[in-house]
Each structure stands twice: as C-alpha cells, then as structure tokens.
Design a protein around this ligand. Structure first.
Ligand SMILES: Nc1ncnc2c1ncn2[C@@H]1O[C@H](COP(=O)(O)OP(=O)(O)O)[C@@H](O)[C@H]1O
Ligand SMILES: [Mg+2]
Length: 349
C-alpha cells in the first residue's frame, strides 16, 4: 500500500527576497496535505539557490531551522524525461527518485517567475501551478498589463526605465509630469512590495527610481489609481472556482511589506464591502484576465476599484501567500472551500 502513494515535491524557500514568506506558505501547504494519499517530498532551496532534499520535521521550516547537515541531501532536478524526477547527490552515489507532481510554493524571482517552472516542464514532472509562460508573463508587470488591456480591462498608464544617468534624468522627470503625483515606482519583476515607493513629490522621484533598481534592472513608473485594491482567488484550469472578492482597507500610504504581513494600520475585508453586482463584475474580470494570461491551477488576481466604480488591473500573483491566514485561502473559505480542500483539489487535478 505504502508505495502506492503519489510522490509530490513541495518546493520551498528560494533565491528570492521572499524566501521567508515561502517558508510560512510551504509549511501550511505541507500540513494540509492528505498524507494517506500523498508522500510529500520536501525540496528546500536556500537563499543562495542551492537545492536540498529535506528529510526532517516540517515544523522546522517556518522558523528557518531546516538547513542542517544531518537532514539535508543535495538534490537536482534531472532534465531526463524518462525519470521525470530528481537526483539525490549522496556521498555514496546518486539516487534517482521519480515524482508524480511538483508544487512550487516559492514567491518572487527564481520561483514564481517561470524559471523553476521551466526546469520542471523540461523534466516532464507534472507541474501544479501556472506554466512557464504564464508565470513569466504575470511576473512582468508591463507585459501583464499589456495582455490585460488586450482582454478589455483598464490598466494604469506607465513608463519603463532601464537605466538612470544624467541623460535619463530629464526623461524620468518628464514621465513623472505626464503621470502626475502621487505615482508609483516599482521594480518590474518583484513581489511583497519590495522596492516599491509611492512618490508624492517630484523631488523624491529619482531616489525612488534608484531604490527600485536595487531589485531589478528595469523599473516601471505607474499612474496612481484612486480607490482601493480588491483581490480575487481563482482555482482551476478548465472549470474555474472563484472565491469571494476581498478588499484592502488602507489608512495611509500603500500596501507595503510591513502592512502585508502585520496589517498594522490596514484591514482586509472578506467579502469586500461592495454591491453583489460589483463583486460579480470583479470576479468576471478576474477570470477573463486569468484565462487571458494563460493561468492554470491557481492564482490571485488583484485589481483596483475606483470611487466611480471602474475596475483597473493591478497584477496576478501566480503563487500567492498560502498561510492559513493568507488572502487566497480566506477568499475561498468564504465560499465554503477549506484550506485542506484547496490542496486536495490541486493535487487531484
Ligand atoms: N498604480 C497604483 N495605484 C495605486 N496603488 C498602487 C498602484 N500600484 C501599486 N499600488 C500599491 O502598492 C502595493 C504593491 O504594488 P504591487 O504592484 O501589487 O506590487 P507587489 O507585486 O509587490 O505586490 C499595492 O498593493 C497597492 O497598495
Ligand atoms: Mg501586489
């Protein structure tokens, strides 16, 4: 009976500024898996990008105590399609393990951006989550905006900058003038609000651009959309299940890293305090974007709702936060789908 269990790799950690967040998400996913049906193969990626098979207790993951010599064996994904699995690099030699699926619970660069997905697809390990192309598209805020626009959804006006020098400075200032203040400066491909500044005055623009360049080689300047941010959890590939729309209530600034993980001065309302008709319109828009950007299995689509009731696209998170108090599971809980059921449905798919 024992070896009938499907072997599912759970990838956690990652060479990304969101390493810590991934540890929390992955722990929640692992502890909600049905271990009667599945065997969790835990693959930890350290902040330097070194991969290990972790054989210890999952309880050591969220506090970042999983990296021990005794419990970690270096591992690589084999590109060999016949194995569709991993190679353990043991001192005694190489050991092969075939996998039935892999669920990357990695946030941000080198994990949510299509790179890891590409490795898994090449190895023909069934990938649980958005594929390589869709992950890469959703990570790139400008490309995602363009495709959302093609789906008939409004997007904020924006400009891209690929370097900052004295020649560029004038151009950057003119972009700022065209967008108006306040505006948002962001690294093109990041997450958890890393490198993002809400710029209130022209004098602060260049410093904000400089700061964003610490996170990516391309920076995007974006018009600020009035109103508030709403999210929509989507589960499925052919048939889609949509969670209740949630709403982020801010009392100041924007939804930055601290607010996202402490909710000190902000509040998340599930369901959002909006009419049923508006919620339905948001859900339909989110599904259109999900399909338009080629998403599968799961993703959280974030939008803005203006005081005039207009819906603007913000971004798609192809691996949203997955702790039991995260937005994605909470939106699905509101429509009667528990955390364990989300995981079960993903693994069944
Ligand atoms: N164009 C915008 N208008 C208004 N608020 C914005 C805009 N862009 C970003 N924000 C604020 O900044 C936060 C982080 O931006 P976002 O693009 O979602 O980056 P991340 O991928 O890091 O989550 C959003 O949750 C929102 O509060
Ligand atoms: Mg966001």
């Amino acid at each position: 009976m024992k070896n009938k269990k499907k072997k599912i790799a759970i990838l956690f950690g990652g060479c990304s500024s969101e390493y810590e967040v991934s540890l929390q998400s992955a722990y929640a996913v692992i502890t909600h898996m049905d271990l009667e049906k599945y065997e969790a193969i835990l693959i930890g990626i350290d902040p330097k990008g070194v991969w290990y098979l972790y054989q210890g207790d999952p309880v050591n993951i969220p506090g970042d105590h999983w990296q021990t010599k005794e419990e970690c064996i270096p591992v690589v994904v084999s590109p060999d399609k016949e194995l569709h699995g991993i190679l353990l690099l043991k001192e005694s030699g190489v050991e092969k393990i075939s996998l039935d699926g892999a669920l990357p619970v990695l946030h941000g660069r080198n994990g949510e951006d299509g790179t890891v997905q590409g490795v898994l697809e090449l190895a023909e390990i069934p990938l649980i989550g958005c594929n390589t192309m869709s992950s890469a598209i959703c990570m790139d805020k400008e490309t995602a905006h363009r495709l959302a626009k093609d789906c008939g959804v409004k997007v904020p006006s924006s400009f891209l900058i690929d370097k900052i020098d004295s020649q560029q400075e004038r151009k950057i200032m003119s972009y700022g003038e065209q967008l108006g203040y306040p505006l948002f400066v962001k690294p093109l491909r990041a997450g958890s609000s890393f490198g993002i500044t809400k710029v209130g005055r022209q004098e602060e623009l260049l410093d904000a651009v400089d700061h964003a360049f610490a996170y990516d080689s391309i920076v995007i300047l974006e018009e600020m959309i009035e109103g508030f941010e709403v999210g929509c959890a989507i589960l499925g590939t052919e048939t889609l299940t949509v969670g209740a729309v949630d709403e982020i209530e801010l009392s100041e600034g924007f939804f930055d890293y601290t607010e996202k993980y402490t909710l000190k001065s902000s509040n998340i309302h599930v369901p959002a305090r909006i009419s049923q008709e508006k919620a339905q319109e948001i859900q339909e828009t989110a599904m259109r974007i999900y399909r338009g950007l080629g998403c599968s299995y799961f993703a959280r689509v974030d939008l803005f709702l203006t005081p005039e009731g207009e819906i603007y696209f913000n971004e798609v998170n192809t691996i949203p936060g997955f702790t039991s108090h995260s937005r994605y599971p909470n939106m699905l809980k509101e429509v009667g789908i528990s955390f364990a059921e989300i995981i079960e449905r993903l693994l069944e798919m």
